[in-house]
Structure formats: structure tokens, C-alpha cells
Design a protein around this ligand. Sequence first.
Ligand SMILES: *[C@@H]1O[C@H](CO)[C@@H](O)[C@H](O)[C@H]1NC(C)=O
Ligand SMILES: *[C@@H]1O[C@H](CO)[C@@H](O)[C@H](O)[C@H]1NC(C)=O
Ligand SMILES: *[C@@H]1O[C@H](CO)[C@@H](O)[C@H](O)[C@H]1NC(C)=O
Ligand SMILES: *[C@@H]1O[C@H](CO)[C@@H](O)[C@H](O)[C@H]1NC(C)=O
Ligand SMILES: *[C@@H]1O[C@H](CO)[C@@H](O)[C@H](O)[C@H]1NC(C)=O
Length: 417
Amino acid sequence: MMDTRYIQLCASMICIVLLTSLQLYVKEQTRISRTKLLPYVPSPIPTPVKEPNTTLCPQGRPKPTIDDILCMAPFTFNSSHKNPCWTSVNGKLKCLPYFQVIGMDKCGTTDLFARISRHPDVVPNIKNKETMWWSWERYGYWLWSSNARRTYLSNYIHYFDNLALRLNNISRKKGKTQLVTGDGTPMDMWDFRGWKMIPQNKGLKEPQYLTPYLIRHVNRDVKLLILLRNPVDRLYSDYYFIDNGERSKNRTTFHQAVVKAIDVLKKCEEHRSPRSCLFDFNLNAKLVKHKTRIHLGFYAVFLREWLSVFPRDQILIMRTEDYSANTKSVMKHVFDFLQLKSLKELELSKFKITTSKREYVTKHKLGKQPMLTKTRVMLENLYRPDTEELSRLLKDKRFLWISRDRKSGMVENSTIN
Ligand SMILES: *[C@@H]1O[C@H](CO)[C@@H](O)[C@H](O)[C@H]1NC(C)=O
Ligand SMILES: *[C@@H]1O[C@H](CO)[C@@H](O)[C@H](O)[C@H]1NC(C)=O
Ligand SMILES: *[C@@H]1O[C@H](CO)[C@@H](O)[C@H](O)[C@H]1NC(C)=O
Ligand SMILES: *[C@@H]1O[C@H](CO)[C@@H](O)[C@H](O)[C@H]1NC(C)=O
Ligand SMILES: *[C@@H]1O[C@H](CO)[C@@H](O)[C@H](O)[C@H]1NC(C)=O
């Protein structure tokens, strides 16, 4: 009798212990999974402007869902560093990029960025090349979608912590520290899809404030680099790059896709300005679907936005064709523009700046036939007004991309991207 009761008591006690730990375990698991599901909360770097501009930052306006960059106080950079850096409120050194390669897709920016990064005074950013912040992450955008993770200026700044950590470690000698860092996001030049979310554009039919204004506000002296390639060749390369599926792609399918894409663009431009079409979210989505992002080739329209904010000598604009043909002299020019110490011949090869092979070739494009002549002619006609405008803007006829021998332009050994 006693024994049974004792056993029963023991059993129920064990039961209670087991149940309690099970309960605790379940609770803990829910807590973990709940933490994982919690939405991302930005750290509060955004500081209000000391004297808000009542035109740009009226009081009582609802808080925007993205950082209101133009209403943030610009950082005061520490002149001990060549790179724009400052000490944040919590005493940590923070940095923005000293240079940005802002465009264009499929024009060789990956190769250019990699070569710049091999300069001994250049420190890579945390994402290595593309932060994808100004045009994508900031709005929660991706290639065509709008539901990616949205991040904030504080996240962008975090991408340059590599440099901040290195600078912390340098014992101060006379003069500035020379290390710099950069961003290489080729979408930044053209992808203005998020313009409606910028509070200062509210209610406007066409945007007034785009990425160049925002960058200028926080990073006034940033050096901008742009590689531009014949827009017709750029598109053909982009076609094989976008959304893969290369096996079913050839020059015939390219031609059909181009015809459709031009139709989509023309329909939009029937009732809207080219500018508002080229910056449009839905137009981009449609053209990505056709794998022919013809809108990216209107370089002059995009460049105008940058030139209306940044002084001309703060932007280095190069042609991909010249870069491929004479990488060494172009790289020397790039280092000059960036005011990085010039390297001797031996160093240029030691750091693999001039000796290495071209990076990131779109493999699927190799072995494809050149595009059909009728496609090329159609695209040349499409882009001609823009390239004419571009060569006027830059006072440089090379940006007309008129090759004496059309055939050589066609094959053009397009091993870049
Ligand atoms: C405020 O912004 C407007 C619009 O850009 C500008 O015209 C004006 O000069 C600014 N005012 C001040 C005090 O900065
Ligand atoms: C600027 O950086 C130098 C070197 O790290 C440091 O000694 C100085 O205190 C900094 N100045 C400011 C205003 O933060
Ligand atoms: C900073 O210096 C320390 C000591 O020399 C070293 O261990 C550390 O790796 C350095 N950190 C960076 C980011 O260079
Ligand atoms: C091109 O690709 C399409 C679709 O995959 C195919 O039907 C067609 O036969 C191909 N044409 C050539 C010339 O290879
Ligand atoms: C393309 O590259 C190959 C191999 O590098 C070379 O033999 C050929 O002459 C080049 N063609 C043109 C048009 O530059």
C-alpha cells in the first residue's frame, strides 16, 4: 500500500518536472522563432536637421517609411582622413564611400571595380562590390520586385566598416590617412524607380529629387565613375544575362524580344514623358519580363540627373570599348581621377591591376552568334537621339558609337560581363 502510493507520488512528481521542462522548452522555441520573425528595426542614425528647411522638411508631415535623407543633418567629416569618416554618437568611427562606380549594368563595372580595389590604398566594402543600397535596399526593391528587405542609411554606413576598423588601427603620423573605400552599384545611375517614396516628390507627376540629390546631401565630394558601352551591345549582353534560361535564347528570340520591348516603351511614351517612363516601376517590371531592358540604354536621360547635381569634374565618364582596348592607360587615368597614389609599372603588375584576365564574363553569351543586322539597325535608330544628346552633353563624338566598320562593332569581342 505505502509502496504503491510512494511510486504514484514519484511518478506524478517526475511528470510535473517533465511537463514543466517541456513547457519551458516550447516557450523558448516560440521565443526564438518569434525573434526570427520580428521585423527588422533600424538603429536611429537619422538625426533631424539642425535648422529644417521648411520647404523640403515641413513640420507635421507624416513620418516616411524610408529614411528622409534630405532632412538629415549632413555628417561633419574628420579632415584627418582622406575618406569621408566621422565619429558617431557612440564614439565609433563611421565612413561613407570615397568613390562610387554608379553605372552601367553590363558595361564592365565589375572588372573596373575589382581593378580599383587592388590598389593598395583601397579597402573593399563589406559586400565586396555592390551594396545595392541607394536604388534597391533603401526601397526594399529587387530586379523587378518591391518586397525585398528594406534597409536604412545606418545599414549603408555599416557596409563601410571594414575601412573604419582599419583606420582605427592606424597610428597617426603627420598628414591624412590615405586609405579609402568605395561602392560599385551599377543600378545607381539609372534605377530611380523609388522616386515616389522620396517625401519631397510627394504629389509630383514627375520626380524632382532623385538619388543624385540624396547622395550629394550626405556625401558632397564623393567621386563618381561611369562606364558606358554602345547601348546596342549592352542590351544584347543584358539579354543573355537577365534571368538566365540561355539555352532557349538566340539572336532570333532576341529580335522578337526587342520588337516587343520597343512596343512597350512606345506605348508608355504615347501619354507620358520619356523621363517618367524610364524611371517607372511598372515599365521596368515589364521589360525585365521580356528580358530586354531597353530603357537602360538611354544614357543621356540618366546622366542629365547626375550632371544637374554634381559638378562635371566630380564624374569620370568612360567608354567600355576604350577600357577594354587599353585597360592600362584607362586605369592610370582612373587612379589619377581618384587622387590615389600613382603606381609604377612593376606595382601595376604586382597588384594584378593590369595583368589579370577580365573578370565576370557572361559565360552563356560566349559562343552565341552576333545579333541580326536588322535588330542592330532597329536599336541604333532607337538610341540615336539619345547618343546624339550624350555626345553633346559630353562634348565628345566617341559617345555616338559610330564605328567605321560596323562588323567590328558587332563582334567587338564582347567578353565584358
Ligand atoms: C529650401 O529648399 C528649397 C527647395 O530646394 C530651396 O529653394 C531653398 O533655398 C531652401 N532654403 C534654405 C534656407 O536652404
Ligand atoms: C579626427 O581623427 C583624429 C585621428 O583619429 C582624432 O585624433 C581626432 O580627435 C578626430 N577629430 C574629431 C573632431 O573627431
Ligand atoms: C588591428 O590591430 C590589431 C593588433 O595589431 C590586430 O590584431 C587586428 O587584426 C587589427 N584589425 C584590423 C581590422 O586591421
Ligand atoms: C532559337 O530559339 C528558339 C526558342 O528556343 C527556337 O525555337 C529556334 O529554333 C532557335 N533558332 C535558331 C536559329 O537557333
Ligand atoms: C577577338 O579575340 C580573339 C582572341 O582573343 C582575336 O583573335 C580576334 O582577333 C578578336 N577579334 C576582334 C574583332 O577584335
